[in-house]
Design a protein around this ligand. Structure first.
Ligand SMILES: Nc1ncnc2c1ncn2[C@@H]1O[C@H](COP(=O)(O)OP(=O)(O)OP(=O)(O)O)[C@@H](O)[C@H]1O
Length: 335
């Protein structure tokens, strides 16, 4: 469990304090994938770098399994860095060393394995990330996606409990992004590793995160399970991220509905109800007609979900809405 309690951070520049985080509190459950999303300058990098003390907080506490990391002495801090691996947007590989040597590097620094054990561990790690055939190549000979796989292998070398991902897929094309995210998800499942990632892309959050925090101006403005935040975004910043990702123009949509008759409702289906033929049977039973104004069906991590905006008219619209609710569908009356 990672806990941030009222953490603040200001950078001192030319004798002046530049605030970056203003009282952030978060709880990240062990074994989960936790995403932090925000625009440029929101404080994402600062926040993630506090977890392994690449930056020191100005105030508040950061607890890793109950221990306050800000109180660790130098040797305990080295231990912490081994428990918390990190990968970066631009990979940060050593260009003059081979792939195998890059992955071996943190093992040599830790100094707990002999040469043969290091070779064996590097083999295991390269197999895990699908790069066994590239051991003797140099970073410049690999694609961006392959370089990030090396970054992941290196970050996992000392069997950390936590992996921090600092915009790890931002330099990759969409297809490569998906394959790297899939690898992170496999590792999360296989090793039970906690993953904390920062991103400015809602798609990254949707693909692999269990929970998400939205950061704006150094504050967490919304936090919750990804399904909840995605389907019912509340804060204007969150709404902007979600609507951009979904190509929804909220204002235009409401304009379009001006000429539509009937009661306008939004139904949200999560899990199995997404694929049930509920709409037709409720319409028949309650003698209502519906027209579909907008809709999306998608997957948020492993959970199928859908959202439909309908105009309902006919004999018993209220009974239809009650039936939807009884079937476990979230009903919002928009007009
Ligand atoms: N080393 C530093 N010295 C001074 N100010 C800094 C430093 N690092 C970050 N800042 C400032 O702190 C604020 C938050 O920056 P941070 O890099 O954490 O945001 P971010 O959300 O990660 O943005 P980006 O995606 O652009 O990196 C910004 O105002 C930034 O200018």
């Amino acid at each position: 469990m990672i806990k941030l309690e009222n953490v603040s951070k200001a950078y001192r520049v030319d004798g002046r304090d530049i605030p970056a985080l203003a009282g952030v509190s978060l709880s990240i459950t062990a074994g989960s994938v936790f995403g932090i999303i925000g625009h440029s300058g929101a404080g994402k990098s600062t926040l993630i770098r506090l977890i392994n003390l690449l930056e020191r907080p100005t105030g508040g506490r950061i607890l890793l399994d109950g221990d306050d990391v800000t109180e660790l002495n130098a040797s305990a801090l080295r231990g912490l860095r081994q428990q918390v691996g990190m990968i970066f947007q631009h990979f940060n590989l050593l260009g003059s060393k081979t792939i195998g040597e890059n992955v071996a590097f943190p093992l040599k620094i830790a100094g707990t394995l002999n040469k043969a054990q290091i070779t064996q561990r590097v083999d295991e790690l390269l197999a895990l990330v699908g790069l066994s055939d590239h051991r003797d190549k140099y970073p410049a000979q690999l694609s961006g996606g392959q370089k990030q796989r090396v970054g992941i292998a290196r970050a996992l070398a000392n069997r950390p409990k936590v992996l921090l991902c600092d915009e790890a897929t931002s330099a990759l094309d969409p297809q490569t992004t998906q394959s790297v995210l899939q690898l992170l998800l496999d590792i999360n499942k296989q090793l039970g590793l906690t993953i904390v990632l920062i991103t400015h892309e809602m798609d990254v959050i949707r693909t692999i995160c269990d929970r998400v925090a939205v950061i704006d101006g150094g504050l967490i403005v919304e936090e919750g399970p990804v399904t909840q935040v995605f389907l019912h975004p509340k804060h204007p910043t969150t709404r902007r991220f979600v609507f951009e990702a979904e190509h929804i123009d909220e204002n235009k949509q409401y304009d379009d509905y001006k000429h539509v008759e009937g009661k306008i409702v939004r139904l949200t289906f999560i899990g199995n109800s997404t694929y049930q033929p509920i709409l037709g049977s409720v319409a028949r039973d309650c003698a209502v007609d519906f027209s579909i104004l907008a809709g999306r069906i998608e997957r948020i991590k492993d959970t199928p979900c859908g959202q439909l905006t309908l105009a309902l008219s006919g004999r018993d619209v209220d009974a239809a809405l009650a039936r939807f609710s009884a079937e476990g569908i979230d009903v919002e009356v928009l007009r």
